[in-house]
Design a binder for this molecule. Structure first.
Ligand code: FB9
Length: 538
């Protein structure tokens, strides 16, 4: 409660306690409207009554009643200071002696007031209507055809509204004002105002307030703290201390809130780490086409490599290929052009410049290619291959048209296992284990194609909550044309799979449109209110 509100509340209490000291306050509603000048309304008065009765200064009995209140429309007329009929009369009066047509009247007082007001003003005989007599048919036009044509051509003249008296008494406004003041109006008037939807009867409660056991003209300031001042010369013995209200709600502590995407990300991370995977560094949104495509044996004329799908950078447009391991670069060129390692290659003329083009990475598989090259280098250094499991969860960018499920960027999760003689069964098993940990035990696979894996499969899982099969990702065994040029031996196989973060988050949090999840349209309350992400907790 602000300082200002505290002050107002104390004023309400003093006003009420003074009235109660002079005898019981029968009806808090009337009391509030009588003291409307006090700058407080019945709602404020009720909260003062409740807190004063809570501290025993007064006793309050609550009664139910019906009050007549003004409708929005009526409140408008009261604030305008005249009823619609009075506004119509004033406009017509002012336009006398020519008066006004209805459309002129509408322009002056607005369609709604003109409509309601004209009807009432007519009933009150404040105005009258002068029908325009039919236009005289011109010379030679009298026989039927002419006149009808004339009548068809001439727009019908609007009747004119004329004022029938000098001035009027706006009884309706007077009635509305007394209702506003809580005064009774006659049953006939009330009936009529109700029919005009200017007043409504509302159920409400009011209090009957009388002196309480601890009645006083003002609330004794209760000490809320045992201060040094109260301790000096034992003043604390003579003051009343405010009782602790252990049911008082503590102020809402608004701490930080994890975005649902980050909640699912941290759950996925936990699942990967529990499965023995290590996270790959993904802090490189800008990648060279080399690590994002060429290293993955994705041919330079592959459709995904044109600007329709990929964001190309203008500054810096090219990566410095000098930083790339020249021997590896040469082996990549070779495998694209002539194949090797049992592959025919693509037989096209591979261009270094194409590989140097900087892009926003289109998948975190670009991180996997860098990591697997490091694994190969490590094996070279250590002279032996160490099996490893890596995962990545981070943003990737695709120049796609935005729709309910696609934005130009999303988070990709990817897992890979590198070990000797891994095969499809290992991949299927690993994927089953992963998805069983996010609550989807039934998984099935559909053959698919990726330039960097063979075989490749789309992954589908049955979502028990939705009771339907969902496409949950893609997977495959990295091609030798990707791994061998890195220096990995033939018997080292790498199985991998990928999915997004947005789709599981949308499914888990029942978000229908990806724009509600990510971007400027996100409603922050959703961030505050969204529940714990309960996956992989079993
Ligand atoms: O996430 C996807 N679907 C999904 C995943 C989990 C889920 O969980 C619910 C809690 C219950 C719900 C849905 N998908 C992948 C499938 C589709 O949504 C697909 O239409 C969209 N895909 C994205 C790409 O869109 C262009 C999701 C994204 C995706 C697709 C493939 C990969 C990664 C992300 C991959 C890969 C890969 C393949 C081989 C080797 C290494 C990586």
């Amino acid at each position: 409660m602000t300082q200002q509100q505290m002050m107002m509340m104390e004023a309400v209490e003093r006003t009420l306690l003074k009235a109660v000291s002079e005898g019981c306050v029968e009806n808090s509603l009337e009391f509030a409207s009588k003291n409307a000048a006090g700058g407080f309304d019945h709602k404020d008065l009720c909260s003062a009554i409740r807190s004063l009765s809570a501290s025993g200064l007064v006793v309050a009995k609550e009664h139910a009643t019906q009050v007549t209140v003004l409708t929005e429309e009526a409140l408008g007329y009261v604030s305008q200071g005249s009823s619609p009929e009075a506004q119509v009369f004033a406009a017509v009066r002012e336009a006398m002696p020519s008066g006004l047509t209805m459309s002129q009247l509408k322009d002056k007082v607005g369609g709604q007031v003109a409509g309601v007001g004209f009807k009432q003003a007519m009933q009150a005989k404040w105005v009258s209507v002068l029908k325009q007599d039919k236009p005289k048919p011109k010379q030679g036009e009298e026989e039927g055809g002419g006149a009808a044509a004339a009548k068809k051509k001439e727009p019908k003249a609007e009747p004119t509204i004329l004022a029938s008296c000098e001035s009027v008494e706006d009884k309706c406004l007077v009635l509305l004002q007394s209702v506003a003041k809580g005064e009774e109006v006659g049953p006939k008037d009330a009936q009529n105002l109700k029919k005009r939807k200017l007043i409504a009867v509302e159920k409400t409660n009011f209090f009957e307030v009388a002196k309480g056991p601890k009645f006083a003209l003002e609330r004794k300031k209760e000490a809320t703290d045992l201060t040094r001042d109260l301790l000096t010369n034992d003043k604390y013995t003579s003051v009343a201390f405010k009782r602790y209200n252990f049911r008082a709600m503590a102020p809402e502590l608004s701490g930080g809130h994890l975005h649902p995407l980050l909640k699912v990300r941290s759950q996925f991370r936990k699942i990967f780490i529990r499965m023995g995977f290590e996270e790959m560094p993904t802090n490189r949104f800008v990648e060279s086409s080399f690590w994002n495509f060429d290293a993955l044996f994705q041919p330079q004329q592959h459709p995904a490599r044109d600007a329709h799908d990929t964001f190309f950078l203008t500054k810096p447009m090219f990566s410095d290929s000098a930083k790339w391991p020249a021997d590896y670069l040469e082996r990549v060129r070779k495998v694209h052009e002539e194949g090797g390692y049992g592959s025919l290659g693509y037989g096209y003329n591979w261009k270094l410049e194409e590989a140097q083009k900087n892009i926003l990475r289109t998948h975190t598989t670009a991180v996997s290619s860098r990591m697997l090259y490091q694994v190969a280098k490590k094996m070279e250094r250590e002279g032996k291959f160490t099996p490893c499991r890596y995962f990545s969860v981070d943003r990737v960018f695709r120049n796609e048209s935005v729709d309910r499920t696609h934005l130009a960027e999303f988070h990709q999760c990817e897992g890979l296992v590198a070990d000797k003689d891994l095969n499809l069964a290992h991949l299927l098993g690993t994927i089953k284990e992963f998805f069983s940990k996010i609550g989807m035990r039934d998984v099935k696979f559909k053959p698919a194609y990726n330039p960097y894996t063979e075989p490749s499969m789309e992954i589908f899982a049955f979502h028990p909550g939705l009771g339907e099969w969902l496409e949950v990702g893609n997977s495959g065994i990295f091609r030798p044309e990707m791994l061998r040029p890195m220096g990995l031996p033939e018997d080292v196989k790498v199985i991998a799979w990928g999915l997004s973060l947005e789709r599981p988050t949308m499914t888990l949090y029942g978000v229908d449109n990806i724009r509600e999840l990510f971007g400027h349209k996100v409603d922050l309350d959703m961030i505050k209110r969204n529940p714990l992400c309960r996956i992989g907790l079993d």
